[in-house]
Design a protein around this ligand. Sequence first.
Ligand code: SF4
Length: 280
Amino acid sequence: MSKSIMLCAISNISSGNCAEDCSFCTQSAHNKNDIETYKKKPIARIVQEAKMAKQNKALGFCLVSSGKGLDDKKLEFVAQATKAVKKEVDIMIIACNGLASLDQLKELKKAGVDSYNHNLETSKRLYEKICSTHDWEQRYLTCENVNRVGLKLCCGGIFGLDESEKDKKQYLQSLKNLNPFSTPINFFIPHPSLCIKPKKLSQTQAIKIIKDVKKTLPNAKIMIAGGRELVFNTNQKAMFEAGVNAIVTGDYLTTKGDKPSSDLELIKSLGYEVQTDCHD
Ligand code: SF4
């Protein structure tokens, strides 16, 4: 049987103006940027995007909001959006809304959310240098909460922040302890508004990262999210050969991605199939 690739699409349901100071993120109000900002994407538009994602063979649809975490209003909005999508589209819902308590996650599960994405981002040591407004431990606790309530944990991070080998090892060990169902790998995308200016990762470095993640989490979906086009460009075959079996298709939160039709063509041309069932 040929390798199957899981596709996920993302919807930025609440964009920008985030009070947190994550130095890699264009949605932080601390980083002066020119991205589109809004509090709530209309639910009808979210449902429309979910329909498009389904047409483009996405198995998962991720509802992402900017900000530190869930509060009552955001929880209600995500729950409403989830119910509206599920009513019309048969698609796995992944919520990605920052720090979350056990009770908040239980509410999301009740509303129909299947999976929660919360990234550790990197090692505890490095995280303290790139974010001062919340702690890595709070992130870890949220991931533990996701496991406790029985939502599928989607947990990964960002590479290319000048992390050391020791940072990588610690981060991978933490991921292993959390045992996520899927792990998104993001490669840092430079932006003029960001004060950090690490050098772009080479393909050789990125391939080593993918192999290390795969070795750490042999049973997880290894997903490439942001930075796929920037790092691999016309050589995306290499990342699949290194162990990638899931990609984000379509646009990212604040940047454009390849066309979903190009992703489908690429997968077919490499002799792979598009995954059609969450349990494959
Ligand atoms: S909390 Fe999330 S949206 Fe806010 S700055 Fe950090 S990564 Fe960006």
